[in-house]
Design a protein around this ligand. Structure first.
Ligand code: IPE
Ligand code: IPE
Ligand code: MG
Length: 236
């Protein structure tokens, strides 16, 4: 894609609809997650090709721990396999991996695999893929508030230094620019506890496709729609 017309710097995606995609085909829900992983691979390649610098993927929410154990286990299994593969692929493509969320809740083997892939890809600079895992935005904000309170109490910081920029440095996303555009597939019109702070001025795009059916062409359509939007940030 030509990058003379505003290419978004950061795309965030709520990859929703795997279960329904499978159900419509008479398959178990986890087959939808399996198909969803293939879409992840295709979309990462497309994002790389389009010259977008950051891609954040909502893989597993804090609330998703409530799902049946069998589904959670299957998801964790796919995640671990995916991370092992990403380790090699990301290094070939120059992609760096980061993760946000309550990572201590992940099973040990998955957490270790994740840290290893993050470590092994940390010097790549073509693009950054951020996986939101065990992620909840309210939990993130509460944790930031607690850490700030602690630092004030310990006299490490002054109350007067707390402003928006300062606060954002206490979030999981401290090193990552805010998303320009949020995509949610499956046409659920809600955020489901995703990046509440960071999406304050993002453009939203709701796709009717279920995540396994989402394609590079769909992504291109989102980007050209984004390029027509006027972002005013409260100004005139
Ligand atoms: C999104 O698909 C993937 C995860 C939340 C892990 P869903 O599993 O939510 O699929 P639907 O929304 O039930 O169809
Ligand atoms: C949000 O989807 C989480 C992910 C896509 C990882 P959900 O399917 O969990 O959200 P709700 O329950 O429909 O709000
Ligand atoms: Mg869902």
């Amino acid at each position: 894609m030509q990058d003379n017309i505003r290419t978004p710097q950061h795309i965030a995606i709520i990859m929703d609809g795997n279960g329904r995609w499978a159900a419509r085909k008479g398959l178990p829900r986890i087959m939808g997650h399996k198909a969803g992983v293939e879409t992840v691979e295709k979309i990462i390649d497309a994002v790389l090709e389009f010259g977008v610098r950051y891609l954040t993927l909502y893989v597993f929410s804090y609330e998703n721990w409530k799902r049946p154990k069998a589904e959670v286990n299957a998801l964790m299994g796919y995640l671990k396999t995916y991370l092992a593969k990403a380790d090699k692929e990301f290094n070939k493509k120059g992609v760096r991996l980061l993760a946000i969320g309550e990572l201590s809740m992940l099973p040990d083997d998955v957490a270790q695999r994740l840290q290893q892939t993050i470590e092994n890809t940390k010097d790549n600079s073509n693009m950054t893929v951020v996986l939101a895992l065990s992620y909840g935005s309210r939990q993130e904000i509460v944790q930031a508030a607690k850490n700030i309170a602690q630092d004030v109490k310990n006299k490490k910081i002054n109350l007067s230094s707390i402003n928006e920029d300062f606060f954002s440095k206490y979030l999981y996303t401290s090193q990552i620019p805010d998303p320009d555009i949020l995509i949610r597939t499956s046409y659920e019109l809600r955020l489901s506890n995703f990046l509440l702070w960071q999406l304050s001025y993002a453009e939203f795009y709701f796709s009717k496709k279920m995540w396994p059916d989402f394609t590079k062409e769909d992504l291109l359509e989102v980007i050209s729609d984004f390029q027509k939007r006027k972002r005013r940030y409260g100004n005139v």
